[in-house]
Design a binder for this molecule. Sequence first.
Ligand SMILES: *[C@@H]1O[C@H](CO)[C@@H](O)[C@H](O)[C@H]1NC(C)=O
Ligand SMILES: *[C@@H]1O[C@H](CO)[C@@H](O)[C@H](O)[C@H]1NC(C)=O
Ligand SMILES: *[C@@H]1O[C@H](CO)[C@@H](O)[C@H](O)[C@H]1NC(C)=O
Ligand SMILES: *[C@@H]1O[C@H](CO)[C@@H](O)[C@H](O)[C@H]1NC(C)=O
Ligand SMILES: *[C@@H]1O[C@H](CO)[C@@H](O)[C@H](O)[C@H]1NC(C)=O
Length: 408
Amino acid sequence: MAAAVLALGIILFPASSFNPFSRGVRAFAIPPLAQVVDQKSFNVLETVLPPAEANSTSGFVWPGVTEESLNAKPFHIYDDEFYDIIGSDPTLTIVASSDTNPLFHEAVVWYPPTDEVFFVQNAGASAAGTGLNKSAIIQKISLAEADAVKSKRIATGNVTVTVVPSTPQVINPNGATNYKGQIIFAGEGQGDTVPSALYLMNPVEPYNTTVLVNNYFGRQFNSLNDIAIHPTSKDIYFTDTLYGYLQDFRPVPGLRNQVYRLNEATGAVTVVADGFTLPNGLTFSPNGEYAYVTDTGINHGLLGFNLSDPSSIYRYDVKEDGTWENRKTFAFVAAGVPDGVHCDSKGNVYGGCGDGVHVWNPSGKLLGKIYTGTTTANFNFAGDGRMVVCGETQLLYVTLAASGAPIS
Ligand SMILES: *[C@@H]1O[C@H](CO)[C@@H](O)[C@H](O)[C@H]1NC(C)=O
Ligand SMILES: *[C@@H]1O[C@H](CO)[C@@H](O)[C@H](O)[C@H]1NC(C)=O
Ligand SMILES: *[C@@H]1O[C@H](CO)[C@@H](O)[C@H](O)[C@H]1NC(C)=O
Ligand SMILES: *[C@@H]1O[C@H](CO)[C@@H](O)[C@H](O)[C@H]1NC(C)=O
Ligand SMILES: *[C@@H]1O[C@H](CO)[C@@H](O)[C@H](O)[C@H]1NC(C)=O
């Protein structure tokens, strides 16, 4: 089969026009902050450590590289298609940091009218003290301030981080998305008495909020995690999972972990997918044809890791009527878990993973990584060529060639 394809390739694509096999030696200029990763260099290792030593949390530093060399040039090219994504001069800048408090965790929503990006603190992390005792907070930055320091690798102190006093407060916010000029946050809830809910927030003062849904036929959700708006129907899809319980700030779960859909016009809440261990991030392809859901199943929160569970992205076909079918395993991530997931304008898929943001083409081929060497639970584009990445104790600003998918 391979030989037949090869022969066909030679007949149909003489070297003078387009030779797909010459791509590897095509004269790409490697951008200053990029490096090429030769995957063959680690196909066969002299020593392959057992799972108790080499696993999703241990980090992978293969022969010929060091943690320093991986960080020095953080745009890792795994496939030539990545050159088009990063462009000729991508940048990565740490624009804010904290000692241990995971202030830069999730959401990541760009609000074009003020050119600000909103993000949230980790709910349930002991270093934050959030979860049961107090709610995680929402904060924001101005992208003009971030862009002014993009030529630096570290620019903490140059970018102002402002607390957003949502009113009534979004309790333990996590994922978020643009929605008709406003922002929807998934609140994970707090203890037995504050149910998990979707909150609509006005992105300008006084940051007033309205709860869109806080129950399923009278039953509390477990802990809502992330939200995505279907690009054409504008229906609100959201994931419900166990992290509130696995981080000790929500009761024993009363519902299955699954993905729901809310039709705002009728109020109807329906289930579109289940069968996950811990469903987490979700997004749609720009044309709405596909839905992507991450499953962070290996990470059981305070209970530790079960390495045989999913660390995967699943893809579904979205039918005309908004229901989903044809679940396909799109990617499995070796470093940490794929948490937040977003597409660019061309339908390439980006996932926030244990060592940075991984990028796949629509076939699930790994094109490259925006490497941070640390967990980046979520991130998002801020229009054309700009991205904000949450690294728990670091907030990063990235510039690259790719553009975000249109926002709802
Ligand atoms: C993963 O490897 C680290 C060492 O890098 C070890 O401390 C940890 O216990 C391992 N995790 C599991 C679940 O075996
Ligand atoms: C919550 O507060 C109690 C009492 O002050 C304290 O013992 C506990 O460690 C706190 N929990 C978290 C997760 O911070
Ligand atoms: C960033 O902060 C440094 C130190 O405070 C200051 O010298 C520099 O002018 C600032 N740069 C920008 C672009 O604001
Ligand atoms: C915020 O308040 C304004 C003025 O009362 C109202 O029109 C708007 O719907 C509110 N937005 C939200 C998200 O609650
Ligand atoms: C990990 O998950 C598998 C599949 O659900 C289960 O059989 C196994 O007992 C789990 N292991 C641990 C240590 O929880």
